[in-house]
Design a protein. Structure first.
Length: 221
């Protein structure tokens, strides 16, 4: 796969709690330079990025992040604020308490409600696979599909493990045909990037893509 094709699938990500504006600017300028699909950033930086870069960049932000257990009303407010600030994509974390209680109807209803709030803008649903059984992952594929979300996403990158290739295959088997897949967390080499894309991921969330692909261009790891 050509390098520019890989970049087109990357959500260039920086979500550390202590991230500074200078680091966010570097992230954005790399995203513009290399043509990544988006930058994925904390909600508090969305308005500043939109003011600084305007339509040069596609802004993704996170909702209910990273634990997912904020109320649906709080998540609605987060999406509305981020939308107003200039975000085009929202990566929300499901309520894992509802998942563990087996309340999948509540999970579906939350996704459906947040998609209605997001409207035509992209909603990605983070299910945090590292905490789930296979049966829970399969049930969540149904929740994401029935809720009308645009993507199912493996991980926050803040859990005990990130994306696993077997989960991508599981998603592809059980999600609806209109739902896309995003892998996040633990993608650390060009081989990883190409493997996840070949397995059916439309997006990969990583802070490492530029470093990975520039190391390769320079002739080694």
């Amino acid at each position: 796969m050509e390098t520019n094709q890989i970049y087109a699938h990357i959500d260039h990500t920086q979500l550390k709690a202590v991230i500074k504006w200078r680091d966010i600017k570097e992230l954005c300028e790399e995203a513009i330079r290399y043509g990544t699909a988006s930058v994925c950033v904390p909600p508090s930086y969305v308005a500043r990025i939109h003011e600084a870069y305007g339509d040069k960049i596609n802004i993704c932000t996170v909702i209910g992040f990273p634990l997912g257990y904020s109320t649906i009303q709080a998540k609605i407010a987060e999406i509305r604020q981020a939308d107003s600030d200039g975000a085009s994509e929202f990566d929300m974390v499901v309520n894992l308490g509802d998942v563990k209680n087996g309340d999948f109807a509540l999970v579906t209803e939350e996704i459906k409600t947040l998609k209605q709030v997001a409207g035509a803008k992209i909603l990605k649903v983070i299910i945090e696979t590292c905490y789930l059984s296979e049966e829970e992952k399969i049930q969540l594929c149904k929740c994401v599909t029935d809720g009308g979300a645009d993507y199912i996403k493996t991980s926050t990158g803040f859990g005990t493990a990130g994306a696993q290739i077997d989960d991508i295959y599981l998603f592809r088997k059980h999600i609806g045909r209109d739902v896309k897949v995003k892998a996040a967390g633990g993608v650390k080499s060009r081989e990883d990037l190409e493997l996840f894309l070949a397995a059916g991921c439309e997006r990969i969330g990583t802070s490492s893509a530029v470093a990975i692909l520039n190391r390769e261009k320079a002739g080694g790891y």
